[in-house]
Design a protein around this ligand. Structure first.
Ligand code: NAI
Length: 434
């Protein structure tokens, strides 16, 4: 455990601006603020040393300060080299929270930042909780610091790709602690992945390129939660959208939502904008690049950059790369120009500011509840992957209704009995899909 470095950010003088935006975000994050009110006085996270690795944005700052206001010590890094908002990181550092994150770091710096979060303070106490987005912190701890595992009560994971890695570990027998899959709370994946991308995808393409969206042809690979939000985003801006899928159920959903569904090999030929949203690899490869139109815009909104074969592009045409501005690169493929956003990394965080506060409040209220559950009740859990119980999922939603002026009807006990639920919920069986 190396020497203690209190924080590393791009520019600490941005803290005041960051603080102003954090205050505005708090007003849009009623779930997190309600948890501060409910649990702040009893300090249930006292003694918890939570290392977090999740996009260091303004919204994440509100999550971090919710965890500290519940009594936790927290250290933080960002889970993507481009996703940090430097004013958010500065505000967190100025609040005395060890944060190691800046926009536009190298991959070596990325690993260095995660490593700084593992030991806390001058006396180098090891983390005892993990809060992760994508699994890079989890992998670092489990693969390189196995001696710390026995002191860790559990981990919570934010995203589809990270959850996928956890289930792999479970299958291989390499998951030594309980993990809460936050992504599959209904109030996470059916909101953040969908409504979040619906706002943040077009925002990113516009900030990066200022291209006219209406009338353009856009191709979206994947019609899962992120794909549904992404397709809706593009359609909302007036683009004509084509979906590619490998799952017949999602392909049928796309068709019945009114989208054309084609093989990517065909869709790329007519697309002005190409977006990958699969969480899979090699979606856009050499053949696809070769059949693209001149000035096609290519980007990825899935967690990792291997959805687009950037390695092939850089190996063969890296010498033609022309940086228009940070995170917007023009490549020349034998006379045809291709615009690549955020070097193929998740575009909404690389070229815009990620999802809006309100939807992230839903995700992060789940995160906070997951940390509370594992910290307080870890002895009830064997190593494995769990989702939060449905009554907590419903609680997260309930905390976000009044901000929107939503008023719920209530069941009579007669009605509740008729449909076989309790008056106070949960209202749906586990197998219900929303
Ligand atoms: P999902 O599993 O709901 O959807 C992925 C879809 O891609 C599935 O329907 C699958 O059938 C399809 N697919 C897989 N291989 C394909 C191929 N070769 N061609 C066409 N379609 C294919 O997953 P979800 O939740 O939509 O997440 C997708 C990715 O986005 C993950 O990496 C996740 O971690 C990430 N994510 C990114 C966010 C952001 O803000 N940028 C927010 C939430 C998730």
């Amino acid at each position: 455990s190396a020497k203690y470095i209190p924080y590393k950010v791009k520019d600490i003088s941005l803290a005041e601006w960051g603080r102003k935006e954090i205050l505005l975000a708090e007003a849009e994050m009623p779930g997190l603020m309600a948890l501060r009110e409910e649990f702040g006085p009893s300090q249930p996270l006292k003694g918890a040393r939570i290392a977090g690795c999740l996009h260091m944005t303004i919204q994440t700052a509100v999550l971090i300060e919710t965890l500290t206001s519940l009594g936790a010590d927290v250290t933080w890094s960002s889970c993507n080299i481009f996703s940090t908002q430097d004013h958010a990181a500065a505000a967190i550092a100025a609040a005395g929270i060890p944060v190691y994150a800046w926009k536009g770091m190298t991959e070596e710096e990325f690993d260095w930042c995660i490593e700084q979060t593992i030991f806390f303070g001058e006396d180098r106490q090891p983390l005892n909780m993990i809060l992760d987005d994508g699994g890079d912190l989890t992998n670092m701890v489990l693969d390189h610091y196995p001696e710390l595992v026995s002191g860790i009560r559990g981990l919570s994971e934010e995203t589809t790709t990270g959850v996928h890695r956890l289930y792999e570990r479970m299958k291989n027998g390499t998951l030594p602690m309980p993990a809460i899959n936050v992504n599959d709370s209904v109030t996470k994946s059916k909101f953040d992945n969908k409504y979040g991308c619906k706002e943040s995808l077009v925002d990113a393409i516009r900030r990066a390129t200022d291209v006219m969206m209406a009338g353009k042809v856009a191709a979206v690979a994947g019609y899962g939660d992120v794909g549904k939000g992404s397709a809706a985003s593009l359609r909302g801006a007036g683009a004509r959208v084509i979906i590619s899928e490998i799952d017949p159920i999602c392909a049928l959903q796309a068709a019945m939502d009114g989208f054309a569904v084609k093989k990517m090999a065909d869709a790329v030929k007519e697309a002005d904008i190409i977006v990958t949203a699969t969480g899979n690899k090699d979606i856009i490869s050499a053949e696809h690049f070769k059949s693209m139109k001149d000035k096609a815009i290519v980007c990825n909104i899935g967690h990792f950059d291997n959805e687009i074969d950037m390695a092939w592009l850089n190996k063969n045409y890296g010498s033609t790369k022309n940086v228009i501005k940070p995170q917007v690169d023009l490549y020349d493929l034998d006379g045809k120009q291709i615009i690549v956003l955020a070097e193929g990394r998740l575009v909404n965080l690389g070229c815009a500011t990620g999802h809006p506060s309100f939807v992230m409040s839903n995700s992060f209220t789940n995160q906070t509840l997951a940390q509370l559950e594992l910290w307080e009740n870890h002895e009830n859990y064997k190593p494995g992957v769990y989702v939060l119980p449905k009554h907590l999922d419903e609680k997260v939603a309930a905390l976000h209704l009044s901000k929107l002026g939503v008023e719920l009807d209530t069941l009579s006990s007669d009605q509740a009995e008729y449909i076989g639920v309790e008056v106070q919920g949960p209202y749906k069986p586990e197998y219900y899909r929303y």
